[in-house]
Design a protein around this ligand. Sequence first.
Ligand code: 4NP
Length: 163
Amino acid sequence: MDHRKILFVCLGNICRSPLGEGILRHRAEMRGLSHLVSTDSAGTGGWHQGEAPDARSIAIGRRRGVDISEQRARKISPSDFNDFDMIFAMDRSNLRDIVRIAPHDSSADIHLFMDFVGGEHRDVPDPYYGDDRDFQKVFDMLDAGCAKLLAFLYPPTRPGERV
Ligand code: 4NP
């Protein structure tokens, strides 16, 4: 099976995309796919570079068994467009920014995450000015989406296998 490098991108890389990265890594581990999936996250903006994720993202992750506390924010760079196979934007504004800065020789597949995994909503909403419920909603959207993404990339091989 193919190895995939997957980058999650939001605006600040402190709320949504760190959770996407952490959840995908966690789910890949649970399915025994760690050797096949590499993941990272970045922001279209660089205001929070070097910072740990937002405390509310760390907290919801911890409550759900996903430790993102060691991750540090960074800004997306031109090399990401060739280093990663897939780049997932959290919302349509992020997608516009990513496409705008993509180098002409970009080899990555660039998608709006919720469009790719299929969902009721197109955007994973920015929870920065919200409350804990907004972070919970972000977690749930990303968790369901990452399960679907892994099931699409690595279909279960045994009947009844959990995805
Ligand atoms: P994120 O959330 O894009 O999910 O990391 C935000 C974090 C910081 C800001 C905006 C959104 N900010 O304006 O600083």
